[in-house]
Design a binder for this molecule. Structure first.
Ligand SMILES: Cc1cc2nc3c(=O)[nH]c(=O)nc-3n(C[C@H](O)[C@H](O)[C@H](O)COP(=O)(O)O)c2cc1C
Length: 368
């Protein structure tokens, strides 16, 4: 019997060849102008067997830049380079969404032509350090955004969404996870504002809800999704009541014509944070009737199990897709998997650990 994860399915009006999603992964191989290199065309094309690919996080503006060598979608050259990627994925029968990002305070002036990062409030990330060309540095105190700055950023998401459609993307994912700007608005540890964008949970959710609305206005209903990580505390995402925050946000998102909610499970033990939901899928999926893509640490068996029990409709895989361009075929044949090489995962470089992971030799695998 065919595995459920390999069944055809739909997200919105998009027909997908299976229920496997490639999770967004920053690979830091763009040039200094935020233009992806030619290898990216090969990299994404190799992985087009995924039902849906979510691109690496893409900067919506120069101001949005966090990590060095991350790509943008605000200049003509950047848009044209993405066209080659979307063409390659479509030619291979796949679908691809652009993950739009603004790093907010997860950034350093040394990576931003000397400009300080911006954020909801002037609160620096503590404990962690930023990667810079001069080594690891303490995070700087970001500049607090004015209300007109915030409105401008929402317009920057809108422009980036227009550019993403122009570049041939099938839809947009708002990156509201892992401590980046939208996530910073949500949490008390990064938002101490006293205006409409801070204070109450309703106010802290406003930035995400307004941004989603603008993006949907561009791409149309059921072509925009959002990624959330309620129980991942990286980049100091701390709050006294994360369950109430995400409960409210997800209920409000349910009122918008979203394609999906991409919900990360907890990645690390939460022993010191007992008030954080241990299983976000269990805690929040029942608050929405939208399609759920679950993510975080799944393998062939655990992903199939989640789908069989109708706990989610899709499962996304990060490091497994990174190391296995033909992951759906390997799942189908229950073939061995390549292991991801940590050294070449995040920090740029060339084809090593990017486009050189071998595909399965199906013929010889079947005869052994
Ligand atoms: C190299 C690498 C880069 C990542 N970059 C992003 C990113 O740009 N945007 C994002 O939302 N998540 C990013 N993530 C997180 C993944 O999308 C995913 O949530 C995480 O890897 C957990 O899934 P997995 O256990 O299947 O790998 C990244 C993960 C890895 C390994």
């Amino acid at each position: 019997m065919q595995m459920k994860i390999l069944e055809k399915s739909t997200i919105g009006d998009l027909e997908l060849t299976n229920r496997m999603v490639m999770a967004p992964m920053t690979r830091s191989r763009a040039d200094e102008n935020g233009v992806i290199n030619k290898l990216a065309v090969l990299y994404y094309g190799q992985r087009a067997g995924a039902g849906l690919i979510i691109s690496e996080a893409i900067n919506i503006s120069e101001q949005a830049l966090g990590m060095p060598n991350t790509p943008g979608i605000y200049s003509r050259q950047q848009v044209n380079s993405w066209k080659e990627v979307t063409d390659a994925v479509h030619r291979a029968g796949g679908k691809i969404f652009a993950q739009l990002n603004h790093a907010g305070r997860v950034a350093h002036s040394l990576n931003r032509k000397g400009h300080l990062p911006v954020a909801p409030s002037a609160l620096a990330i503590e404990v962690q350090e930023a990667y810079t060309p001069r080594g690891q540095k303490a995070y700087e105190v970001p500049l607090a955004l004015s209300v007109s700055d915030i409105k401008q950023i929402i317009q920057d998401y809108k422009s980036a969404a227009i550019n993403a459609l122009d570049a041939g993307f099938d839809g947009i994912e708002l990156h509201a996870a892992l401590g980046y700007l939208p996530n910073q608005f949500l949490m008390e540890s990064s938002n101490r504002r006293t205006d409409d964008y801070g204070g109450s949970i309703e106010n802290r959710s406003r930035f995400i809800l307004e941004t989603m609305k603008e993006i949907i206005g561009v791409v149309g209903p059921a072509r925009a999704g959002i990624k959330l990580s309620p129980s991942v505390v990286v980049n100091n995402m701390l709050d006294s009541n994360p369950s109430a925050v995400y409960g409210h946000l997800i209920s409000k998102l349910n009122e918008q014509p979203l394609a999906y909610i991409h919900l990360m499970q907890a990645l690390f033990p939460l022993d010191e944070l007992p008030h954080y939901p241990k299983n976000p899928l269990e805690s929040f999926a029942h608050l929405t009737d939208k399609t759920i893509i679950t993510n975080g640490g799944y393998n062939r068996e655990s992903a199939e199990d989640i789908l069989q029990h109708n706990k989610a409709q899709f499962v996304s895989f990060g490091s497994l897709f990174l190391a296995n361009p033909d992951l759906p075929t390997r799942f189908e044949l229950n073939a061995p998997l390549n292991q991801p090489d940590r050294a070449t995962m995040y920090i740029g470089g060339d084809e090593k650990g990017y486009t050189d992971y071998p595909g399965l030799d199906v013929q010889s695998f079947k005869t052994t």
